[in-house]
Design a protein around this ligand. Structure first.
Ligand SMILES: [Zn+2]
Length: 77
């Protein structure tokens, strides 16, 4: 599972997207971006709520091996 943050989802007109394997890795990236791009020296509770709401969990599909397409083909007539 990976975490993805979209700045646009917080209501800002910004294309920044951060991705990380854990929240611990993701939060510093968001904080850094907030500082540099939006002059957010400190993230307020209100902003933090928006940030958390803008984080989505993505299934890590790097090693997409076998497609489970032909899983039940034994019931042929
Ligand atoms: Zn942004």
């Amino acid at each position: 599972m990976a975490y993805k943050f979209s700045c646009r989802a917080t209501g800002l007109d910004c294309d920044f997207i951060a991705e990380a394997e854990t929240m611990d890795e993701l939060m510093p990236k968001i904080a850094e971006h907030g500082k540099q791009a939006h002059d957010m020296e400190q993230i307020s509770d209100e902003t933090m709520q928006k940030v958390k709401a803008a984080i989505t969990e993505e299934p890590s599909s790097e090693s997409a091996g076998s497609e489970d397409k032909a899983d039940e083909t034994s019931g042929s007539q």
